[in-house]
Design a protein around this ligand. Structure first.
Ligand code: SF4
Length: 278
């Protein structure tokens, strides 16, 4: 049985960087909690809990003197709150997210009005970006929403939540251009997610079965499973123990892909287990 692992599976650059920063600080003897779960993977969360690193909902909940800001970033009010309470921050905000925060701020400072963020209103990354731009931008999630706004004669700034698709971002820009006097676009997308989706699609097209690894509550993993299912038989698992031998009967080629919050040891364990089925 041939096994093809999708290129770029598992931790993205930002998550890998955050995990390394956390490990380094832990090895240096620092003790801390994380503000929200660091990633959507129950095994990684459990590993951290075993080291005494808890995911807390607010700064008030921690008893430690240090707290981790996760890759999604937070609004400046959280930095201020930590400072007032004397809590040190281990800031693992992904540099691509910092770029989006700075871009929104710059557009507001330069007088673009409205500044639009193409993204999901409730997403922690978007809440962080809004905070860095004095909560002035407006969050939009479809070109229809942009068309319903009164943009005639206005100078519009547009950025994107890092994980939005190119098509959605471009369609919102196009909608703004229909009436706005000026449209200033800063492309703040991170191509990692889309690249992984495309690579998954290419592998799924040619294999008999696809195994998608990642947390059940990880939206980027669920999306990979949806994509793979369009082309072949696909299974979404969190752990190698969920693999069933019958899935691989009469199978010549298996594809393996994993969401951005799946560690490489878990991908390797899944591949080993599939190999054991012959
Ligand atoms: S998906 Fe992109 S923006 Fe998000 S953490 Fe990973 S590298 Fe950073």
């Amino acid at each position: 049985m041939k096994i093809t692992i999708v290129e770029g599976s598992g931790f993205c650059f930002g998550v890998q960087r955050a995990m390394e920063m956390i490990e380094k600080a832990y090895q240096e003897g620092k003790r801390f909690d994380t503000l929200g779960p660091i990633i959507h993977n129950p095994f990684v969360v459990k590993e951290l809990e075993e080291k005494g690193i808890r995911a807390v909902e607010s700064i008030d909940e921690t008893e430690k003197s240090m707290i981790v800001i996760r890759t999604h970033g937070v609004p400046p009010s959280i930095y201020e709150e930590a400072r007032k309470r004397g809590i040190e921050l281990l800031d693992t905000t992904c540099p691509f997210v910092v770029n989006a925060q700075m871009a929104a701020r710059k557009l507001v400072e330069e007088g673009y009005d409205p500044v639009l963020i193409v993204g999901k209103r409730e997403h922690p990354e978007v809440i962080g970006i809004l905070g860095h731009a004095w909560n002035k931008p407006i969050v939009v999630s479809s070109p229809d929403e942009v068309e319903r706004m009164n943009l005639a004669g206005r100078r519009v700034g547009i950025i994107s939540q890092t994980t939005m698709t190119f098509d959605l971002f471009a369609s919102c820009v196009r909608a703004a251009m229909k009436t706005a006097k000026e449209v200033r676009v800063i492309n703040t997308r991170c191509a990692t997610t889309e690249r992984r989706q495309k690579a998954t699609m290419e592998v799924a097209r040619k294999v008999d079965v696809m195994i998608v690894i990642g947390g059940r509550n990880s939206s980027n993993t669920k999306r990979l499973h949806e994509i793979a299912s369009q082309f072949t038989r696909s299974y979404h698992i969190e752990h190698p123990d969920e693999l069933k031998e019958e899935w691989f009967r009469n199978v010549e080629e298996v594809g393996v892909t994993a969401g951005a919050s799946t560690p490489s040891w878990l991908i390797e364990a899944v591949v080993q287990k599939i190999r054991s089925f012959g």
